[in-house]
Design a protein around this ligand. Structure first.
Ligand SMILES: Nc1ncnc2c1ncn2[C@@H]1O[C@H](COP(=O)(O)OP(=O)(O)O)[C@@H](O)[C@H]1O
Ligand SMILES: [Mg+2]
Length: 326
């Protein structure tokens, strides 16, 4: 895998939100560092899982990649081209190749459009098919995601949550993308249908040669689907390695805590594994001081963790950790 050129490369990506407030006299700027200096790459055909607690910057990162947000700093290299600062017009070409599936399948669908119009929008924008070909393509997409031809003229409110997510998936696949940012695509769905949708995403990946950035808030969801996993904490990447290695040999204290909170079905294994309860407050991402962002909750915290921000370092081949103590 490493011999190929990455399909997507993020270099020191930053997204800061200005939260100074409206006061004219306030000179001091306040920034919320939602994504702070994040670097990693995704290879073609790979699924890169991105995990971390709610608010750690996963969606912001995903939105920067598809340029729904303008990055504050760093670079986004897509298939060898720097797309960080290209114009919206130039971006149109990449919009086709880079798609996003959103967490809330209802909020992300235009309720006044029929399924046919929703799925067909991208086909029109990118002038991929017209007339009967376009119609056939829409029917084909609906069947691909487990819906029916007859659903084409209905509206989003007539569907269940799982079906709406299927519509959202059909919409993003309509333009035949290379990379799909899946932002917690199953979190809002009933547990009973989560596996169905994940299995479908995996089949689609095999059949269409897709590359995924798969975002989730806990490790149980990304375990099976991901080739490699990145663990984020308060805007920073804490650990990156293969899915297998992360479960076998988690090195960052935060990853260890996240892993220990996954329910284990086997009672024998359960008693031998102790759950790590995270103590302490989550730090604020607004004007964060130097030091490790996890230091307020880390069991092993030392002075250096409060003084210096740890770099993400390659500890073993392909295994990266940002921790002074590893
Ligand atoms: N448009 C915005 N303006 C200001 N702050 C934002 C905005 N979007 C997200 N944030 C903040 O950025 C941080 C990361 O949010 P988000 O990327 O949604 O996290 P996640 O997807 O991991 O739950 C949070 O502190 C959130 O409140
Ligand atoms: Mg999110």
């Amino acid at each position: 895998m490493e011999n190929n050129r990455p399909l997507l490369e993020l270099i020191n990506l930053k997204k800061y939100f200005d939260v100074s407030g409206g006061s004219f006299f306030k000179k001091e700027k306040k920034y919320l560092t939602a994504v702070d200096d994040v670097s990693f790459e995704i290879y073609k055909g790979e699924t890169f899982g991105l995990v971390g607690e709610s608010g750690c910057g996963k969606s912001t990162l995903g939105r920067c990649i598809v340029r729904l947000y303008e990055p504050t700093g760093g670079n986004i290299i897509y298939d060898g081209e720097d797309i960080t600062r290209i114009s919206q017009k130039e971006m149109l070409n990449y919009r086709k190749r880079l798609q996003m599936i959103f967490q809330d399948p209802y909020a992300s669908l235009n309720t006044r459009l029929t399924v046919q119009e929703i799925v067909g929008e991208g086909i029109e924008t990118h002038k991929l098919y017209t007339g009967k070909e376009k119609q056939d393509k829409i029917y084909e997409l609906l069947t691909t995601v487990g819906l029916k031809k007859e659903h084409a003229n209905r509206y989003p409110h007539e569907f269940s949550g799982g079906q709406r997510q299927r519509i959202g998936i059909a919409r993003s696949l309509a333009v035949e993308p290379d990379l799909v940012v899946c932002d917690e695509p199953i979190s809002a769905l009933d547990v009973s249908i989560q596996a169905q949708v994940v299995n479908m995403l995996e089949d689609l990946q095999d059949n269409m040669g897709l590359t995924y950035l798969f975002i989730a808030h806990d490790l149980s969801m990304v375990k099976h689907i991901s080739d490699r996993i990145g663990v984020m904490y308060l805007g920073k990447m804490m650990e990156i390695t293969t899915s297998k290695e992360l479960y076998k040999n988690p090195l960052h204290p935060y990853t260890q805590a996240l892993l220990s909170s996954i329910p284990i079905p086997d009672p024998k294994v359960r008693t031998s594994k102790k759950r790590i309860i995270l103590q302490g407050d989550v730090k604020s991402p607004i004007n964060p001081p130097e030091g490790c962002r996890f230091n307020s909750r880390c069991r092993y915290v030392q002075d250096i963790c409060r003084e210096k921000t740890p770099e993400l370092r390659e500890i073993e081949p392909g295994h990266f950790v940002a921790c002074h103590l590893v």
